[in-house]
Design a protein around this ligand. Structure first.
Ligand SMILES: [Zn+2]
Length: 259
């Protein structure tokens, strides 16, 4: 059967050994998250060793086949590395965070229309992590909040969802409904339903910034340790509400990144 070769760029988010062969999971702009079978991918002499390594961003050329059930299967023909995030591999905290991000992506199974933005967000986060530009803890919060926005859970943070007040010393964000309300507009019931998260002015500014900024601004800011503690609490509560999975790599990251 003639080969049906297709080319694309992708980020390796998982690799699995099957004897001398390898199965990789790749996040791509064109096809979403796909699995690629690499024949002999673990042999030391394989030309594809570097490009198919975990966290590599590479050019792939694959043979696309459709099986009897109509499902597409991808077999690696050739690959070349574009970016290998060396520093992420060398640093245990960075590598733990990159693994958590990869695990989140694997779990979410990104819908086709969001691939481009999610790939851009993930690559930007890895670049920042690799160049030590922002602390891993901040990158974790940025990624968690922004990923949820890109896959369809972007809350309306422009102002109080009832009276349009832009900011005040205390604003309430309901994690379940994604609504922002001011002190005057929140009902007793909303206040006591267990999903209420209180933002002071600074926190609201930071969360708005993360959810709404362009990537150039997103990957160049820093915050105080005190603000980071609050932000971590919020981003974890937000992500845990929408993505109800247990991530081993997140627990590991938290264990080794205790400050
Ligand atoms: Zn209001």
């Amino acid at each position: 059967m003639p080969k049906n070769l297709i080319k694309f760029k992708g980020l390796v988010i998982k690799e699995k050994r099957i004897g001398d062969n390898k199965l990789i999971v790749v996040l791509t702009k064109e096809l979403g998250v796909i699995s690629i079978f690499c024949n002999g991918g673990f042999k030391p002499q394989s030309k594809n060793l570097g490009a198919t390594q975990l966290f590599s961003y590479s050019d792939f050329c694959v043979d696309e086949k459709t099986d009897s059930s109509g499902q597409k299967r991808y077999y690696l023909d050739s690959s070349t590395s574009d970016t290998i995030f060396y520093r992420i591999r060398l640093d245990v905290i960075s590598s733990a965070l990159a693994s958590y991000i990869a695990e989140l992506l694997n779990y979410c199974g990104i819908a086709e229309e969001n691939n481009g933005e999610v790939l851009r967000l993930t690559l930007n986060t890895y670049y920042s992590l690799n160049s030590d530009r922002q602390p891993p803890e901040l990158l974790k919060s940025i990624y968690e909040l922004r990923l949820l926005c890109e896959i369809g859970y972007r809350p309306n943070l422009i102002g109080c969802n009832n009276c349009y007040l832009y900011e005040s010393d205390s604003m309430h964000f309901n994690i379940k409904t994604g609504k922002l309300l001011c002190d005057d507009c929140i009902s007793e019931e909303d206040r006591n339903n267990g999903f209420d998260y209180l933002f002071d002015k600074n926190m609201l500014y930071i969360v708005r910034y993360i959810m709404l900024s362009d990537y150039d601004e997103l990957f160049s800011f820093k915050i105080s340790d005190k603000a980071q503690k609050k932000l971590t609490k919020f981003s974890e509560a937000f992500v845990s509400y929408y993505i109800k999975a247990k991530f081993v790599s997140r627990d590991f990251f938290k264990m080794i990144n205790l400050v």
